[in-house]
Design a protein around this ligand. Structure first.
Ligand SMILES: O=C(O)CCC(=O)C(=O)O
Length: 296
């Protein structure tokens, strides 16, 4: 099995996603002010039983990804042939996988994202699925997501939904408050752990955080639980062996202050030809604005 990104389907299947946003509605779900403040302070929160009704549809969607990776966008294998298990991820597939599209356009994820980001709007950047199969002993390297992306801003959130039971030893760990440390760390390749090629001298090497340190946030998860974290929050895992499948579905959301940024190096997703200059708003025809929920 080839490691890293391989050739695959195009991620743009829908001409004008903003028309789809106008044609659909998303429900409201109230988030308490305490939870919003926890998110703003720590850069991560857990929402228990946030999406139980979406576990089965999202598993079905992810299975399409796993069965036929090349039919979808940006499939990536991060375990080498001589390593046990499988660490798979794929992103930007909501236009190609109906269950992902329905989740984005009809679930209460957009309402949750807008409130946590303290933003008037929630714009979908992309979806991202992960599967670690039993036997995998591959750590997710410590990193934060913002420098992988062709955007900049402070109002961001990933809503990462567990699709299996995840015990603490193999759960994602977050360094509380790291979204506020002002640093931007060099992206790292998940397969090799090496840094991306980058000409941006403002990026510094990501620290290897002590996974058992006192500022580390880690929670065992049940299917339907959601971890919500800022794109700047450092996170990673240990190399503890995966005993049961560990699948997850994430949507990445942008708030009012997020703008396109032309990075001086590789990005992931490697989105080309967006027709944007640094500082411009991300195009709603490609990245639909899903909160406010309707355009009446
Ligand atoms: O599931 C994992 O181990 C990695 C997830 C991750 O890095 C992310 O969602 O940004």
């Amino acid at each position: 099995m080839a490691v890293g990104n391989t050739s695959a389907a195009q991620w743009r299947a829908i001409e004008d996603a903003s028309a789809l946003a106008v044609a659909t509605r998303r429900p409201w779900k109230e988030i308490s002010p305490t939870v919003i403040e926890d998110f703003q302070r720590d850069g991560v929160i857990i929402m228990r039983e946030a999406f139980p009704q979406w576990v089965e549809p999202l598993r079905t969607g992810l299975q399409r990804n796993l069965d036929n990776p090349q039919s979808f966008a940006f499939p990536c294998e991060s375990t080498n042939g001589d390593e046990p298990g499988r660490f798979f991820d794929s992103y930007c597939n909501w236009q190609l996988i109906p269950e992902y599209l329905l989740f984005a356009f009809t679930s209460h994820a957009a309402a949750i994202a807008a409130q946590l980001m303290k933003s008037e709007t929630a714009q979908l950047f992309h979806d991202h699925t992960f599967a670690k199969e039993p036997g995998t002993q591959k750590a997710t390297p410590w990193h934060h997501d913002l420098p992988y992306y062709c955007i900049d801003g402070t109002q961001t959130v990933s809503i990462y939904i567990a699709l299996d039971v995840v015990p603490t030893p193999t759960a994602i760990r977050f360094l509380r408050g790291s979204h506020r440390d002002g640093n931007t760390y060099r992206p790292r390749n998940f397969a090799s752990g090496t840094e991306y090629d980058h000409d941006d001298t403002s990026l510094i090497p990501a620290p290897d955080v002590d996974p058992y340190g006192s500022h580390v946030f880690v929670e065992a998860l049940d299917p339907g639980d959601a971890l919500c974290f800022d794109f700047r929050t450092l996170h990673g895992t240990t190399a503890a062996e995966i005993k049961n499948r560990r699948r997850a579905f994430s949507t990445r959301w942008m708030g009012d202050d997020v703008r396109y940024l032309e990075r001086q190096g590789e990005t992931s997703p490697p989105l080309q030809n967006l027709g944007l200059q640094s500082g411009e708003v991300m195009r709603p025809d490609l990245f639909p604005v899903l909160w406010p929920p309707s355009h009446d």
